[in-house]
Ligand binder design. Structure first.
Ligand code: G3P
Length: 218
């Protein structure tokens, strides 16, 4: 399973790189805005910086919603760095653009997936990744993890190469259940990844080991 960090924060990305477990990064316009990145040149420069930090796929999202805009933006993003994956929203024009990018060998991440049908359509169009949003489905009283199960099963039935990238993963149990269900990738904030470190018995056990060592060795 691949671990992607869902952030545009360079410090957090560096921290995850140093932990040695980071496979990629996903961003979106909200995450870029959160870091105060504004203006096309600054946005492109920021993506470049992220790509230089991470040895793996970096999703950069288009803003346009027409086929022409998505293609133009996506091609410019793809030229920026070989790590770039063009993130395209699940809309009619987006699906057409995903087919265009697939035919040109440009990797895509189809985002804002909330149903198995949307995931199937994106896979048919040749998306590299689909991003079902687990937490946002839970937020409205649906079962986000059930959607992960459905998509994993459908892709496996037909051998689609499209990877299931579980997004909007909010906490450790989400991540673990995505792993149990066979999601190819999870993307989440850094605290979810570092949350995997924690167990009270580890802390208690280590304290006892160190105390015993000190008692005998001084
Ligand atoms: O990047 C998309 C997704 O991961 C957003 O998560 O927590 O804002 O629903 P969240």
């Amino acid at each position: 399973m691949k671990f992607f960090l869902d952030t545009a924060n360079l410090k957090e990305i560096q921290e995850a790189v140093e932990l040695g477990v980071l496979d990629g990064v996903t961003t979106n316009p909200s995450l870029m805005a959160k870091e105060g990145i504004r203006g096309l040149d600054n946005i492109m420069a920021h993506y470049q910086q992220i790509c230089e930090l991470v040895d793996g796929d970096v999703s950069a999202e288009v803003i346009g919603t027409s086929y022409e805009e998505i293609v133009r933006e996506g091609e410019a993003l793809a030229e920026l760095h070989p790590n770039i994956v063009v993130k395209v929203p699940m809309i009619r024009e987006g699906v057409k653009a995903i087919r265009h990018f697939a035919d040109k060998g440009i990797k895509t991440n189809c985002t804002l997936i909330f149903s198995a049908g949307q995931a199937l359509l994106a896979a048919k169009a040749g998306a590299t990744y689909v991003s079902p949003f687990v937490g946002r489905l839970d937020d409205i009283g649906h079962d986000g993890l059930q959607l992960i199960q459905q998509i994993v099963d459908i892709f496996s039935n037909y051998g689609y190469p499209t990877q299931v990238l579980a997004a909007s993963v909010r906490h450790v149990p989400h991540l673990i259940q995505c792993a149990e269900l066979g999601a190819d990738v999870v993307t989440c904030p850094l605290n979810v990844i570092t949350g995997l470190l924690n167990h009270p018995l580890t802390d208690k056990g280590l304290a006892a080991f160190l105390a015993d060592h000190k008692r005998v060795n001084g």
